[in-house]
Design a protein around this ligand. Sequence first.
Ligand code: RAM
Length: 336
Amino acid sequence: MKINFNRIVSTLGIATLMAVSAAAVHAQDIKKGLTIAFLPKQINNPYNVITGGGVDEAVKALGGTSKMVGPSDAGASSQVSYINTLITQKQNAIIVSANDPNALLPYLKKAAAAGTKIVAVDSDVGEEGRAMFINQANSEGIGRAQVQLMSKLIGGKGEFAILSATPNATNQNTWIKWMEDELKKPEYKDMKLVKVAYGNDDDQKSFVETQGLLQAYPNLKGIISPTTVGISSAARYLSTSPMKGKVMITGLGTPNQMREFIKNGTVVAFQLWNPADLGYLAAYAAGQLASGNITGKQGETFTAGKLGKYTIGEKGEVILGAPTTFDKDNIDKFNY
Ligand code: RAM
């Protein structure tokens, strides 16, 4: 066979040129000196600190400046004053996880009118209040999986309660709605949801609420806590209670906060996604929006650095991926 070296060389040349120009276009695509602020539900929650780390990493990779600002409590209107300050500072984008979507809406609209791109992450503010929502996983899937896990843990039988975050948190309320829907299936006919309690993503309040649930419902077999603050407080309470081993706690927690409770047998299994990846993805979305590369419309695609390419779904939603289930066999593989 005759090898045509000229052809190989020129093909390689074209390929190299294409790669170089693609990289150049990509670099030009991002606005210079981006300013991106992350406003979590509360700043002193390890989950949000990890998410903020992901935001910082991505904004750095985009050549911009990031900061995390927010309240120390997850109260309904405690995020408002921060939005007002960010408007005055003319940030290019705000990434927000809402404690109460209704309380934030007018202020986020004001920010958008002033040219700031709004990306909701973790807990949505509703379509009117943002260009995109970066969801950790499919909300229906998260809700259904929590009930499936609880059913497995208590053998499909008995009373259980939910220990949620704040009463107005969009994410927890959406998940609870799907949990209730899952419970309608015939295979759960012997399981009964007796109460939804709210620990407000406050460690002490969640601890006291756990104690209250165990006292009020002596036949309680389980607690689902779909919040990293709630599940770790509930596990801490249970770990020294005579009900340890008799009541199953599951929900959404960070492996680092839950490790000791898995190891000492208080908790058998729980779930979460990587909060750092969530922040990283949200920051890339914010950077691409602020650079005018996307608008948040369904079907648009964008690249999110090391996480690769994402397509915007219905109502501006982008899903990070499927959650992980942690137990004693895999928990040590995770460090967040
Ligand atoms: C808490 C917050 C957050 C939620 C996680 C699972 O840290 O309520 O919004 O996504 O738990």
